[in-house]
Design a protein around this ligand. Structure first.
Ligand code: SAM
Length: 255
């Protein structure tokens, strides 16, 4: 079967995806612990497999030693180049696309993949990946992984949007606008929920300046948002990491 999708730029970096890996361990830990086969697919690992190697190591440490990661790439050259890093059976690299090469993983991480596609390709790609029964974490980050956003998606559709940043480097939450998932990035315009949300987050940040550093400022901004009626999921242990998760409908495009 021909893999679904197209070869795109392979840019990646060591440690770039640590923020989303930590979230996956938290959000999908119970799913992976309960699974008969705790299989995770890293779709589109790029020019080197370093972030897939890191994902496997982090989940083995934080969740369960038996977690298996299969890195799927649509580019056969990148599949061949990755083989020296394989450590079967727990870490493998194969050719595949959005159809997931016939695998039935518990979790799929697809990072910095859909940003290079057209917006109208997002929904079919989400559907193809989640039709396997997988819980999908799909998002975007900057080159070094200091600012990231991602959507959690299952077969019912998108569930949540998460923003995550290294707070010591965060000038202003407006920075998230440049790194939104493909499904939202073109909707950051007045009248759209994501624009309104980022506006309110920015205003909460502006009103929360404190001499006690960026972490306290972020926590105060999250408190202010919640006080204004914005549902924020998870809890202070996540917020302290510079992470903020909201239900998808609070960000979903209206046009
Ligand atoms: C920018 S790299 C991302 C690397 C890594 N995930 C990261 O975030 O650092 C995107 C990779 O996704 C691959 N890709 C694009 N579409 C794909 C698809 N449908 N299935 C599998 N891989 C895909 C490209 O070939 C490219 O190597």
């Amino acid at each position: 079967m021909k893999p679904l999708g197209a070869i795109t730029r392979g840019t990646t970096n060591p440690n770039r995806l640590r923020r989303v890996d930590n979230f996956i361990a938290y959000r999908c830990g119970d799913l992976l612990r309960a699974a008969a086969e705790p299989l995770v697919v890293d779709l589109g690992y790029g020019a080197t497999p370093v972030t897939a190697v890191e994902l496997r190591a982090r989940l083995a440490r934080a969740v369960r030693a038996e977690v298996t990661v299969v890195g799927l790439e649509i580019d056969i050259v990148r599949v061949n180049d990755a083989q020296p890093a394989a450590d079967p059976p727990r870490l493998q690299f194969r050719r595949g696309g959005f159809e997931l090469a016939g695998l039935r993983p518990v979790v799929v991480r697809a990072f910095n993949v859909l940003r290079q596609y057209a917006e109208d390709e997002v929904a079919p790609a989400w559907r193809a990946m989640t039709a396997t029964g997988a819980f999908l974490v799909e998002g975007t980050c900057d080159e070094l992984g200091r600012v990231a956003t991602w959507a959690c998606v299952d077969a019912t559709g998108p569930l949540t949007l998460t923003l995550s940043a290294r707070l010591s480097d965060l000038d202003h939450p407006a920075t998230f606008a440049e790194r939104l998932p493909k499904a939202l990035i073109h909707h950051n315009v007045p009248g759209e929920p994501i624009h309104d949300f980022l506006d309110r987050l920015g205003a909460a940040w502006d009103a929360s300046a404190t001499p006690f550093g960026p972490r306290q400022r972020w926590l105060a901004a999250v408190d202010r948002l919640r006080g204004d009626g914005q549902p924020v999921l998870d809890g202070p242990a996540r917020w302290r990491r510079g992470e903020l998760t909201i239900p998808w409908p609070a960000s979903a495009p209206v046009s």
